[in-house]
Write a new protein. Structure first.
Length: 121
């Protein structure tokens, strides 16, 4: 177990990255190495930004904002993958979008908490 396991946002970002890695494995070759690779890179970036937000309080707002931006990019790539029929099932697409939304919701909540004067949401 790592130091970050006490943070639900870390756990959700890790689950997202792991799930997308599994989903991309089932993409056709032409989708796996283009859009699939971008999905994996962006999800790893989100995971890295979450770790930095946990470790560096002074950079937390910036890291969370960047993570939210990356999650929007992931959503756009997921929708592209759906349109070009890269997913082997609609269920895979649906679960992917739900996982992205869950991480985004947690990032936004944490960012809102950081922006409030009392430190409470």
């Amino acid at each position: 177990m790592s130091n970050y396991d006490n943070y639900p946002i870390y756990y959700e970002a890790l689950k997202l990255t792991t799930y997308l890695d599994d989903v991309v494995c089932h993409f056709a070759k032409r989708h796996k190495y283009n859009a699939g690779n971008k999905l994996l890179e962006a999800s790893l970036d989100v995971l890295s930004l979450v770790v930095l937000a946990i470790k560096r309080k002074s950079e937390r707002k910036d890291c969370l904002s960047k993570a939210i931006d990356k999650l929007e990019i992931i959503k756009a790539i997921l929708h592209h993958c759906k349109e070009v029929k890269a997913f082997n099932s609609f269920h895979s697409f649906e679960v992917s979008v739900k996982k992205v939304s869950e991480v985004a919701k947690q990032c936004e909540g944490w960012l809102k908490c950081q922006n409030s004067p009392s430190g409470k949401p």
